[in-house]
Ligand binder design. Structure first.
Ligand code: C5P
Length: 209
């Protein structure tokens, strides 16, 4: 069943934990990235993992050895998944997959912002096929461009596709799922809402009704 992943891009530890608890019932997982980890420290992964599985959006883009070391840190703190960039090439992605163990590796196939058209989109197909070949669990594809999700799905087989860009960036949850996404990722629409639980429930209902 399609699920909702909260992009918890707040920079206060207590706020992060409060919001996570408030909306947990509607979530498949929580995605955290540099804003929260830099503000609260890596232990925030351990703490939030008690509430929901955590995906570390570190968009790792480095040589294989450094990639391996970063993936290991995320794994040691109990993350369920990690997001890496694909443009760095096969050896780095393979290093991530080899080090991940049971943790899932998600490869960015295409980003959701307008700048993704400058360079990234030209290489999406090659990134998707490479990610599939090296055994990554899933891909990140833009809810802002549902037709691109459909295209990426046609290459990805049964890999998971996580789609950010719903809400603040203009994408629709329902359209992203209909286009072929497995789960959607939503940040500001939930954590900036006056009532985050209400906002999360509305998205959850859109996915499940
Ligand atoms: O607040 P909003 O819902 O736009 O948050 C989207 C989240 O997904 C952010 O954490 C952003 O960094 C992330 N993301 C994205 N597009 C990608 C990959 C990740 O928007 N392709």
């Amino acid at each position: 069943m399609a699920g909702l992943i909260l992009a918890l891009d707040v920079t206060d530890r207590e706020k992060a934990i409060n919001i996570a608890n408030e909306v947990a019932d509607y979530l498949h997982a929580i995605k955290i990235g540099w804003p929260l980890v830099m503000a609260a420290g890596m232990d925030i992964i351990d703490s939030l993992s008690q509430i929901k599985p955590i995906i570390c959006d570190f968009k790792v883009a480095d040589i294989p050895n450094t990639t391996k070391l970063i993936v290991r840190e995320a794994r040691n703190h109990g993350a369920m998944g990690i997001i890496v960039h694909g443009f760095v090439g096969r050896d780095s992605i393979k290093a991530a997959v080899d080090e991940a163990g049971k943790m899932k590796v998600y490869v960015v196939a295409e980003m959701s912002h307008p700048g993704a058209l400058d360079f990234m989109q030209k290489h999406t197909d090659d990134i998707v096929l490479m990610a599939k070949e090296v055994g990554a669990a899933g891909l990140i594809a833009p809810a802002t461009r549902p037709e691109r999700i459909t295209h990426i799905r046609s290459l990805a087989g049964d890999m998971e596709i996580l789609a950010p860009g719903v809400g603040a960036q203009g994408g629709s949850a329902k359209e992203a799922i209909e286009a072929g996404a497995t789960h959607i990722i939503v940040g500001r629409r939930i954590y900036e809402a006056n009532e985050p639980a209400k906002a999360a429930k509305a998205l959850y209902d859109e996915l499940t009704l």
